[in-house]
Design a protein. Structure first.
Length: 215
């Protein structure tokens, strides 16, 4: 039986940060479709070339491309006992496609992280990532030891192109219009846990511990 967790919530809510902690605790890999796509862009693959323009504009990448990278990733050995998905599904079509990935007996939950718009905008504008290893920082809450240098690999910290203010606005709109409605798709399954993620990481993790009941 695999344990499958869908992390649901707007850009900036902390899906990546919360997901990394849960991945350690629950011993299943965190799989972010955004990271998988950024990797393709970085390696200049044809899929990456195609995805790049959508990502830079803050728009969703076409379903077939995202499903292709995801399918390849969840087939790897480390995902055999389950995985945590960050940023997928984002459209109803993706949610339907995901049904084809599940196996009979898989246990799945949806963690619906919620927060106020002001907190999301603050977190996205303060976010920096390492241009080499992808480690994520928040300039006030999780700053690097040395200005603009990654603690882990010494790489330069940069702002993601889609964390520019105009693109942030667009991404939040895309979430509200295209992604939020898919929560309804899962409502009937009794597997949706809604968590307020405005607070600190320990507070959010505590809340998840308190309310998530694995069978
Ligand atoms: P994220 O790192 O999750 O914020 O994703 C960054 C960008 O990658 C998004 O704004 C989209 O352009 C693209 N992306 C990531 N996941 C998906 C997905 N499931 N469907 C479509 N586009 C995606």
């Amino acid at each position: 039986m695999r344990r499958i967790v869908l992390l649901f919530g707007p850009p900036g809510i902390g899906k990546g940060t919360v997901g990394a902690s849960l991945s350690e605790k629950w011993h299943i890999p965190l799989i972010s479709t955004g990271d998988l796509l950024r990797e393709q862009v970085k390696c200049n693959t044809s899929l990456g070339e195609h995805a790049r323009a959508f990502m830079e504009r803050g728009e969703l990448v076409p379903d077939e491309l995202v499903v292709e990278v995801l399918h390849e990733r969840v087939s790897q050995k480390d995902a055999k006992d389950g995985f945590i998905l960050d940023g997928f599904p984002r459209t109803l079509k993706q949610a339907e496609m995901l049904e084809g990935v599940f196996l009979a007996g898989d246990e799945r939950i949806i963690l619906n992280l919620e927060g106020s718009p002001a907190v999301l905008i603050e977190r996205l504008s303060q976010r920096r990532i390492c241009s080499v290893c992808g480690a994520v920082y928040h300039m006030t809450n999780i700053p690097p030891k040395q200005d603009d240098i990654c603690d882990f690999c010494g790489g330069a910290l940069v702002r993601r192109p889609d964390d520019e203010p105009a693109v942030i606005e667009k991404r939040l709109r895309v979430f509200a219009e295209e992604t939020k409605p898919i929560l309804d798709f899962y409502r009937g399954t009794n597997a949706v846990y809604t968590i307020n993620a405005d607070g600190t990481l320990p507070e959010t993790l505590q809340e998840i511990d308190r309310i998530v009941k694995w069978s």
